[in-house]
Design a protein around this ligand. Structure first.
Ligand code: FES
Ligand SMILES: [Fe+2]
Length: 420
């Protein structure tokens, strides 16, 4: 991404006014201001990203006591750890003395986190155990200086965090998709592969691209051959209806096709989205692979291939595409104004063995290729919206409906930011 010139007159007031003005022009793509403004990026972190439930990782990443991994958001870092008492914890990776990162390793196993600066030592539950010579300091109490905790929910083996201590509960919104997601038994699933794609574009461009399939026919030749989501609903209604009619019997999961819409403006509370719908693959295809054939054994409780795929959202930035034989998770995390990490995780059944039951290349082929195609178009999109002469055009009311839903939610959040 080219360097973006700083608007020296930019202020929070301007951002709030811009959001309100944009809301008064419904149905149109947003002004380039929102992709270019450093003030807006900071406000997004504080008021949207750090108040949203975000997928941090899978429980298998911390199977043993002392196992941990780091989850980075923006410039921040969070330690996700299984402590000595077997509790899963999330805590800020910031020393309570003078703020050094207490852990640099991306993952590992530790009984303690010792700050590299002045040596304060924390247990793997975050409690401060040792602070050299501080016992002589009047009023100093180690109990006051544990690593700051981060809100955490574990749902079907998926770990979600929220940096807002006052965030509303997420377990309840997720319970609306218990049956549909439960079909894949993700708690006991295996992470077959995880890849991070660093996209040199603003996080909203990456998310907008994910949330609409208007571009699928023109940008994703392989995907579009298999998935009916690329077409308008009325054109593929008979294929979907036939799949819904056989879904429960074929998969053996009662309620697998039940829809639940609780995303963005309809979520139970801010940043606690949950959503599921099941849509059909074109006739003759069973899974999301190069040729539409299965690439792994059936997952969890699934008994067969109904020609359907589960489309999920869990929090504003996390999604899943679940085929009967494998699941693909997508998560978008802002890293700077012009950089986004798009993380993909491929899950297979817990007892599936690599090169026996599945081949990593075959398993990941479709969504790896599709992600590279997305990166290609997102970068071009970014170039265009960051030129000085871009004038936003209209969204398609059906093809881009979810994208517009996100943008409306986003603008409402920005327009409510306090200016003082
Ligand atoms: S900053 Fe960590 S011990 Fe001083
Ligand atoms: Fe795409």
């Amino acid at each position: 991404m080219k360097f973006i010139a700083t608007d020296v007159s930019d202020t929070k007031r301007k951002m709030v006014d811009m959001a309100a003005t944009q809301l008064s022009k419904p149905g149109f793509a947003i002004d380039p201001y929102f992709y270019r403004s450093h003030v807006t990026y900071q406000a997004e972190l504080e008021n949207i990203i750090f108040k949203s439930w975000l997928y941090a990782g899978h429980i298998s990443q911390i199977a043993k006591k002392g196992d941990f991994f780091l989850f980075d958001i923006g410039e921040d870092s969070i330690i996700i750890c299984r402590d000595n008492k077997d509790h899963v914890r999330a805590m800020h990776n910031i020393c309570r003395h003078r703020g050094a990162r207490v852990c640099e390793e991306a993952s590992g196993n530790r009984r303690a986190f010792v700050c590299p600066y002045h040596g304060w030592g924390y247990g793997n539950d975050g409690t401060l155990k040792a602070a050299r010579d501080m016992h002589n300091v009047e009023g100093f109490n180690v109990d006051d200086y544990s690593l700051k905790p981060v809100r955490l929910v574990v749902f079907q083996g998926m770990i979600y965090i929220n940096c807002d201590p006052d965030a509303a509960d997420f377990a309840k919104p997720l319970s609306n998709i218990t049956t549909q997601l439960g079909a894949y038994d993700l708690e006991n699933a295996k992470v077959a592969e995880a890849k991070t794609y660093r996209i040199n574009a603003n996080w909203k461009l990456c998310l907008e691209n994910y949330l609409e399939c208007y571009h699928c026919a023109s940008s994703h030749q392989h995907y579009a051959k298999l998935h009916t989501l690329q077409a308008l609903a009325h054109k593929v209604k008979p294929i979907n209806e036939a799949m819904w009619a056989r879904a429960e019997e074929t998969t053996g999961v009662t309620g697998i096709a039940d829809e639940y819409y609780g995303y963005y403006n309809d979520s139970a509370s801010f940043g606690a989205c949950s959503y599921h719908s099941r849509y059909a693959l074109y006739e003759g295809f069973k899974s999301g692979s190069k040729d539409g054939k299965p690439v792994a054994p059936l997952m969890g409780h699934m008994k067969g291939y109904d020609g359907g795929a589960g489309d999920f959202q869990m929090g504003p930035l996390t999604f899943m595409l679940n085929y009967p034989d494998h699941c693909v998770l997508y998560r978008f995390i802002p890293r700077s104004l012009t950089e986004t990490d798009m993380e993909l995780v491929w899950y297979v059944n817990g007892d599936a063995e690599e090169d026996v039951d599945y081949n990593k290349e075959e398993l990941t082929w479709l969504w790896h290729e599709t992600s590279l195609e997305d990166e290609f178009i997102i970068l071009r999109n970014s170039e265009g919206v960051n030129s000085h002469f871009f004038e936003p055009g209209p969204y398609h009311p059906e093809h881009e409906a979810t994208c517009y839903e996100f943008i409306t939610w986003y603008l409402k959040a920005l327009s409510q930011v306090k200016v003082s």
